[in-house]
Design a protein around this ligand. Structure first.
Ligand code: ATP
Ligand code: MG
Length: 630
C-alpha cells in the first residue's frame, strides 16, 4: 500500500524518479530525460530538456475525449450572464483570441498584461497567451491606475487586454479610464490595447492603439492557431504577490514544472477527475485564480466554474445554489469569504441540495477554529485548509487524500506536501528545530519543487536576496511565516515572521491572541498588532469588528466589551498577552485579496507613514484608528 509517508519520503530522497513519474500525468512534445538541474542553486530547472505547452494540456488534449463536456461555466450575478463552454467551444475561443494576439503583433516571449474583471474572455486571454508562448501578467481588476502603472512598468507588455468595466454589488466599476491614466503614468507604453466592450459603460478609444475585441473576433471566427511547443523553462506567466508586507514581487513561473505540479496536485491533493466540476471563488488576479480557476481544473479535464459577483447577492445562498445547479464537486475559497457568510442566516447553508460537493478547500490566511467549525457543521462537508503562497503556486501544507485518506486537524493546514522539504528554523540561532511544539520560521530546503517561482521577473538578485539564506550545508527558502509542528507532524501557522510581538521579553504570536479574542461571542473579526511601547518594548493592540454593533453604542458599552475581551485573554493566555487596548472598527484594513494589513495598522499606531497602500481594499479603518487614537 502506498502510504503518504512513503510517498513523501520518496519525493525528497528519490526526487528525480518521483517527479519523472508525475511528469507522466501530462502531455509532452518531447519527454524530458533530465528531471532537475540544481547546479546553480537556488535556481532550479525542472524537466530540463522537455518541451510541452500549458494550453495544450488544459484544453487541446481534452477535445479528443470530451469535446462536448463542459470546460468553462461562466456565471455573473452582476450582469445575469450564464454561459457554459464545452472543451470544443473553449478550444475555438482560445484560438480566436490567439489569432487576435498575433494580429496585434504579440510574439513568443512578449508580455501581455491582462486587466480584466471576471469574464470568460479573461480565461480565453490567459490560455491564448500560453498557447503561443506569450507571458501573461494578470493584474487584479480592483487595482487603480497607480498600481497598474507600476505593474506595466515592471512587466513592459506589448499588449494590454482590458474591458469597459467591471461590476460589483450591482455597481458599474469603469476600468478604461483607470487604464488610460495608468498608461499616462507609466514610463513604458504598450503598443496596443485590446478592449472587451461589455456594454456596461461608454468609453473613449485611442485611435491606432485601442482595438475592439468583438470586431476582431468576427474576423478570426475560423482561426486555427496551433500550440507552440515550448522549452520547459519558458516563462508561462508573471504574477505579483498580494503586497501584504511591502512592495509586490513579480513571481515568475515556468511552463513544464507548473503544468506537472498542477496535474499532480489535482490528483493527489484535490482528487479531481475529468467530468467533475470545480468552483473556486477566488479571482483570476490572484494565484488561486491562476492555479485553481484556470489551469489546474482544466488540466484535470474538469469543468471550472468562473463566478463574477458577491457571495451575498442576490442572496446569501447563491454559492450553494450554484453548487446545486451545476453539481459542483470541489469548492475552493478563503476564510475571509466564509466570515462574510457567517453574518448571513445559517439556514442558507442547508437550503440547497449540495450532495454533489465533496469538500471545501480554504486557503490564503489562517483559518480560525470558530470559522472552520461553523462552516463544517453548516455544510456537513469536509473543510480542508491549505497553506501556500503566490511564490509556490500550489499547496505547501495540506492533506493528500488522493494518496491516502488523512485526518484533518482544526487549526492546522496539515503536513508538508510531496516535494516540499519543509523545516522549522530557530529564528535566533538559525538552527533546525526537530522537536514537537518548537516554534520556528517555516523554510523549505532547496530545490523548490516544480511549479514554484523560477525567479522574480527581471530581478534574479532580488529573488536570491529576498528568499534564500544559507544554513550549514544548504540553501533554504524562507516563507516568512512562523510555525510549529505537533507530535504527528502536523504544522500550525502562527503568523508572519514580522507578526511576532515582544512584550517585555515575552515572544507572542499575534495569531494566538487573535484566536483567543475571536472566541468571544460578540467578536466577528479581530486583528492584533504589536505597537512600540516605551515601557514594554512592544504592546499588543487589538482591533475588533463586533458582530452586534449595538454593544458599541456609547463609551460605557465599549468599555464593557473591551473589559470582557481583556479578561478572556487573561484567562486563556495569561496577563502578558492581554492587549493594552481594544479598538472597535467597522471593518479591518485588508488587501484586496482579503489579507490583513498589519504593517499599515502598526504604522498608523506608531504615527508613521503606512507606506505603499496600493493593495488596500478600503482605507476607512485606518482613518478610524487614527481618530480613536487622537
Ligand atoms: P506579500 O508577499 O506581497 O506580502 P502575501 O504574502 O500576502 O503578499 P500571498 O502569496 O497571496 O501574498 O499570500 C501568502 C501568505 O498568506 C502566506 O505566506 C501566509 O502568510 C498566508 N497564508 C496563506 N494560506 C494560509 C493558511 N492556510 N493558513 C495561514 N496562513 C496562510
Ligand atoms: Mg508573501
Amino acid at each position: 500500500m502506498n502510504t503518504y509517508a512513503s510517498f513523501y519520503q520518496r519525493s525528497i530522497h528519490e526526487r528525480d524518479a518521483f517527479w519523472a513519474e508525475q511528469a507522466e500525468l501530462i502531455d509532452w512534445q518531447v519527454k524530458p530525460t533530465q528531471i532537475c538541474d540544481y547546479s546553480k542553486p537556488p535556481f532550479a530547472h525542472w524537466f530540463v530538456d522537455g518541451t510541452t505547452n500549458l494550453c495544450h494540456n488544459a484544453v487541446d488534449r481534452h477535445v479528443k475525449d470530451r469535446a462536448d463536456q463542459a470546460a468553462l461555466i461562466y456565471v455573473s450575478t452582476e450582469t445575469g450572464q450564464e454561459v457554459t463552454y464545452s472543451f470544443a467551444q473553449l478550444h475555438d475561443e482560445v484560438q480566436r483570441m490567439a489569432a487576435i494576439l498575433q494580429s496585434l503583433g504579440v510574439k513568443q516571449g512578449d508580455r501581455v498584461l491582462i486587466y480584466l474583471p471576471m469574464i470568460a474572455e479573461a480565461a480565453f486571454a490567459m490560455l491564448a497567451c500560453v498557447r503561443i508562448g506569450a507571458i501573461h501578467s494578470v493584474v487584479f481588476g480592483g487595482f487603480a491606475s497607480h498600481s497598474l502603472a507600476t505593474r506595466i512598468d515592471d512587466a513592459t507588455p506589448v499588449l494590454v487586454i482590458s474591458a469597459d468595466a467591471g461590476s460589483r454589488g450591482g455597481k458599474v466599476v469603469p476600468y478604461k479610464p483607470l487604464l488610460d491614466e495608468a498608461i499616462t503614468l507609466s514610463q513604458h507604453k504598450p503598443k496596443a490595447v485590446l478592449m472587451v466592450d461589455r456594454g456596461l459603460t461608454p468609453f473613449t478609444s485611442v485611435p491606432g492603439r485601442d482595438h475592439d475585441y468583438a470586431g476582431l473576433r468576427e474576423q478570426h471566427m475560423n482561426a486555427q492557431v496551433p500550440c507552440v511547443w515550448l522549452d520547459a523553462a519558458h516563462p508561462s506567466y508573471t504574477l505579483y504577490t498580494s503586497g501584504t508586507t511591502g512592495k509586490p514581487k513579480g513571481v515568475q513561473r515556468d511552463t513544464a514544472g507548473y503544468t506537472v505540479a498542477l496535474a499532480a496536485s489535482m490528483q493527489h491533493i484535490f482528487e479531481g477527475q475529468a467530468g467533475q466540476v470545480y468552483f473556486s471563488t477566488s479571482d483570476i488576479g490572484w494565484v488561486v485564480g491562476h492555479s485553481y480557476i484556470i489551469y489546474g481544473p482544466l488540466i484535470a479535464g474538469m469543468a471550472t466554474l468562473m463566478y463574477e459577483g458577491l457571495p451575498t447577492r442576490p442572496h446569501g445562498g447563491v454559492w450553494w445554489e450554484l453548487v446545486e445547479k451545476y453539481k459542483v464537486t470541489h469548492m475552493f475559497s478563503a476564510p475571509t469569504a466564509v466570515r462574510v457568510l457567517k453574518k448571513q442566516d445559517p439556514a442558507l447553508l442547508s437550503k440547497y441540495d449540495i450532495s454533489s460537493l465533496k469538500a471545501l478547500y480554504l486557503a490564503g490566511e489562517p483559518l480560525d477554529e470558530p470559522t472552520a467549525q461553523w462552516i463544517a457543521e453548516g455544510l456537513g462537508k469536509p473543510i480542508i485548509d491549505n497553506y501556500w503562497q503566490t511564490e509556490t503556486g500550489w499547496p505547501i501544507l495540506t492533506v493528500a487524500n488522493g494518496v491516502q485518506t488523512m485526518a484533518s486537524k482544526f487549526g492546522s493546514p496539515g503536513v508538508p506536501m510531496y516535494g516540499f522539504n519543509v523545516k522549522l528554523l530557530d529564528d535566533n540561532s538559525g538552527e533546525e528545530l526537530t522537536g514537537a511544539q518548537e516554534k520556528g520560521v517555516v523554510v523549505i530546503e532547496g530545490p523548490l519543487p516544480p511549479g514554484c517561482l523560477q525567479t522574480l521577473w527581471g530581478d534574479d538578485e532580488r529573488f536570491v536576496k529576498t528568499y534564500w539564506q544559507s544554513v550549514p550545508g544548504k540553501l533554504v527558502y524562507s516563507t516568512f511565516d512562523w510555525g510549529v509542528r505537533d507530535e504527528d507532524g502536523y504544522f500550525y501557522i502562527l503568523g508572519r515572521t514580522d507578526d511576532v510581538i515582544n512584550v517585555a521579553g515575552h515572544r507572542l504570536g499575534t495569531r494566538e491572541i487573535e484566536e483567543s479574542i475571536s472566541s468571544h461571542p460578540n467578536v466577528a473579526e479581530v486583528a492584533v498588532v504589536g505597537v512600540a511601547d516605551a515601557l514594554k518594548g512592544q504592546a499588543a493592540m487589538a482591533f475588533v469588528v463586533a458582530k452586534d454593533a449595538s454593544a458599541l453604542v456609547d463609551s460605557a458599552a465599549r468599555l464593557k466589551l473591551e473589559g470582557e475581551i481583556m479578561k478572556l485573554v487573561d484567562s486563556q493566555l495569561g496577563a502578558v498577552a492581554r492587549p493594552s487596548r481594544v479598538l472597535f472598527l467597522s471593518l479591518l484594513p485588508k488587501t484586496r485579496s482579503g489579507k490583513l494589513l498589519r504593517r499599515a495598522i502598526q504604522a498608523v499606531c506608531e504615527n508613521r507613514d503606512p507606506g505603499d497602500l496600493t493593495t488596500i481594499d478600503d482605507p476607512t479603518p485606518l482613518h478610524q484608528i487614527k481618530e480613536q487614537l487622537a
